[in-house]
Write a protein that binds this ligand. Structure first.
Ligand SMILES: [Fe+2]
Ligand SMILES: [Fe+2]
Length: 190
């Protein structure tokens, strides 16, 4: 049986860092679901479709917002301060990993699209989709750990009440401008 992702009642985030950690937890849950789906042969077709639909919504609509938060809001803010070399390198690595994760998603997205409308196609996925799903989970695990160990602590040092408010506002505005699909894909924050 595939355990699909159910919306949980979550405590509202206490601050921006808390919000980012909450996003990471959702990313981890979804990337594990992506890998479980590749081995879900024999599961009820409705479960396959539901899992694929969740993956499609999250990775198509919600993850890009988190990536934009990091590349367009957090990275420029951190460049405003004196950064040590480790954090500067981590910021570069962060943005380049976003691109490679996007490449994996580009090949997985059509598979989830097909499965979301017909769960019986699980046995007909293209060669490489199992490997791509495994790589997605592995790359995301290492990417999230790097951000949590190096970038978030730097952000914590940078945050003043004013800067936190600006970051918070940008993150919220980004979501309010996006489609309702984001609300379906995730809540709160993304
Ligand atoms: Fe990231
Ligand atoms: Fe992140």
């Amino acid at each position: 049986m595939i355990t699909t992702i159910r919306k949980r009642r979550e405590e509202p985030p206490a601050d921006v860092i808390d919000l980012l950690f909450a996003c990471h937890e959702r990313i981890r849950r979804l990337s594990r679901l992506a890998q479980r789906l590749t081995g879900a042969h024999g599961s009820p077709l409705g479960e396959v479709q539901e899992a694929a639909g969740s993956l499609l919504r999250y990775f198509r609509h919600a993850l890009p917002l988190h990536v934009a938060d990091e590349d367009l809001t957090i990275r420029p803010r951190l460049h405003e301060i004196e950064l040590d070399a480790e954090v500067r390198d981590a910021l570069e690595r962060m943005s380049s990993e976003h691109v490679s994760i996007d490449g994996l998603l580009a090949s997985l997205m059509p598979c989830w699209e097909r499965l979301a409308s017909d769960g019986s196609l699980l046995g007909e996925m293209p060669q490489g989709w199992v490997e791509d799903s495994r790589m997605l989970r592995e790359q995301l695990d290492s990417h999230l750990a790097m951000e949590e160990e190096t970038i978030f602590p730097a952000l914590r040092r940078y945050l003043s009440a004013d800067s936190e408010w600006v970051i918070w506002r940008e993150i919220r505005e980004r979501r309010s401008k996006s489609s309702n699909e984001v609300q379906l894909a995730d809540e709160p924050g993304t």
